[in-house]
Design a protein around this ligand. Structure first.
Ligand code: KIV
Ligand code: ZN
Length: 524
């Protein structure tokens, strides 16, 4: 069946709602924190891509979370905006306050229902849990029309109790019932049967939409999600690139492309514009500094690469021999060879549009200058180079600390030294430091200019494209008092990319603390 045929008869198919939780469950994973501005950018792309519900955060968790949920609620044009809340009055009221400006506000409230969670985590009797389900859902319903209730650790919950809990939530006014596989424990056959069981046994089950929410601890999150849909669920909770707690959540791009590519056996429709999947993946990877593994399905760098001679031969004869979906269908352009130093502003703007970026006039100007600089230093500029450069610019545009200039003396005779100029809150300062190697010297200089207690946990370099003049993309992870933040930087000079990556992570340390004076970095 061709791709066109696959999308032709939506009316016959069952509609599945895509609920994206990149900004909540995704952001909860260590090191994936995003700044306020980054969250808005992710929300914008999710909305433009056709996500039905965006879970924008956990408003009670912090003032920052509250503000970002509330700003996302104000600016998003199409999607419904959900906020997460525990089963307490304070949580629910705070959540209602955060989502109230949304076109379609939703409160998502949850409580654990499995024996192990009720006994050890909640230390609550099952009857008390049922009481809280009723009171929390009805309080949420007094605030908004759409209330989702989740049975945390639902897949390890006793069936009789799960049915009573679901019935209680629907009676109290829940419009969506989510049965999460919180610990990534279930299997496809079991999860499908669970939905069939609950939907057949709960008397008021027809009054709510059922939802899947799967974690990937055993690598089955996507398969389980689809199995849940086959069991009658009509909402899928997922994240871009599958980021999330521990092994992550079900990956949005995999779910959407599985349903599209195998619509012959998965006759469900959704509203996602699949051509935006790669762009969304790149943005989430850039702002979380979580690299996408090369062999990741759909959005990995090798997802459409054909290396072996036999495969290449087959591809040249007919692409269907080894491609079950086209790269274009997920937003990967046919050729990745793009422009050089003679390309003008207009061509650059068109290229950005083709890659899915909309930077606005100021952003465009800065990105164009960086592109020109890159084109002067690098013979061939590929799409990947432009994406790395623009992602780097997106992340750094709102930062309080910026790398202005760097000169490094390195080589066999130490000590290596770095003269670094940073702009901190608009003021430029320079420091010269030595170190055990050039990277150490640079990081020492950053330390001297912006003192902090965060520890370096990870330093990783990879080349954006092939060739010795390729841009380097550096990832840095810093930890401080149990909090992990990550930063990425790109530049043809590995040392400049290293400085940018460290500074990007440091900016996130500050963003987590709010907008206090820079000296607070060392004091907290
Ligand atoms: O995994 C989980 O159970 C959750 C709930 C809060 C829905 O993320
Ligand atoms: Zn979860």
């Amino acid at each position: 069946m061709t791709e066109q045929q696959q999308t032709q008869k939506p009316s016959e198919k069952d509609r599945v709602y895509i609920f994206d939780t990149t900004l909540r469950d995704g952001e909860q994973c260590p090191g994936a924190s995003m700044t306020f501005e980054e969250k808005l950018q992710v929300a914008d792309i999710l909305d433009a891509m056709g996500v039905d519900i965006i879970e924008a955060g956990f408003p009670i968790a912090s003032q920052g979370d509250f503000e970002s949920v509330s700003e996302v609620a104000k600016r998003v044009k199409n999607a419904s905006i959900a906020g997460l809340s525990r089963a307490s009055v304070k949580d629910i009221d705070r959540c209602a306050e955060a989502v109230r400006h949304a076109r379609i506000p939703r409160i998502h409230t949850f409580i654990s229902t499995s024996p192990v969670h009720m006994q050890y985590k909640l230390q609550m009797a099952p009857e008390k849990v049922l009481e809280l389900i009723a009171s929390s859902v009805s309080r949420a319903r007094n605030h908004v029309e759409f209330v989702e209730w989740s049975a945390e650790d639902g897949t390890r919950t006793e069936h009789d109790f799960l049915c009573r809990a679901v019935e209680t939530a629907i009676n109290a006014g829940a419009t969506t019932i989510n049965i999460p596989d919180t610990v990534g424990y279930t299997t496809p056959v079991e999860y499908r049967a669970l939905f069939e069981m609950v939907r057949s046994r709960v008397p008021n089950a027809d009054k709510a939409i059922f939802s899947v929410h799967c974690h990937d601890d055993l690598g089955m999150a996507v398969a389980n999600s689809i199995a849940g849909v086959m069991g009658g669920a009509r909402q899928i909770e997922c994240t871009v690139n599958g980021i999330g707690e521990r092994a992550g959540n079900a990956a949005l791009e995999e779910i959407v492309m599985a349903m599209r590519t195998r619509s012959d056996v998965l006759p469900y429709t959704n509203r996602i514009e699949t051509k935006m999947l790669t762009r969304a993946s790149r943005l989430v990877s850039a702002v979380t500094s979580f690299p996408v593994q090369y062999n990741k399905a759909i959005v990995g760098r090798n997802a459409f690469a054909h290396e072996s001679g036999i495969h290449q031969d087959g591809m040249l004869k007919n692409a269907h021999t080894y491609e079950i979906m086209t790269p274009e269908s997920v937003g990967v352009s046919k050729t990745s060879l793009v422009m050089g130093k003679h390309s003008g502003r207009h061509a650059f703007k068109e290229k950005l549009k083709e890659l899915g970026y909309d930077l606005g006039e100021n952003g465009l100007e800065v990105a164009f200058n960086r592109f020109k600089d890159l084109a002067d230093r690098k013979k061939i500029v590929y799409d990947e180079d432009i994406a790395a450069l623009v992602d780097d610019e997106i992340v750094s545009s709102h930062e309080r600390i910026k790398v202005v200039a760097l000169t490094v003396i390195a080589g066999t005779k130490g000590p290596q030294s770095a003269a670094l100029t940073l702009e901190i809150d608009g003021v430029q300062q320079t420091h010269q430091a030595t170190g055990n190697g050039p990277v150490d010297a640079i990081f020492n200089a950053i330390h001297a200019l912006a003192p902090h207690d965060a520890k370096l946990e990870l330093f990783q370099v990879h080349a954006v494209t092939e060739g010795t003049d390729a841009q380097a993309e550096v990832s840095v992870r810093l930890s401080e008092k149990g909090d992990v933040v990550a930063g990425k930087g790109a530049d043809p000079d590995t040392l400049v990319a290293s400085a940018r990556a460290y500074v990007a992570a440091l900016n996130k340390v500050m963003a987590r603390r709010g907008r206090g004076p820079l000296e607070a970095i060392a004091a907290v």
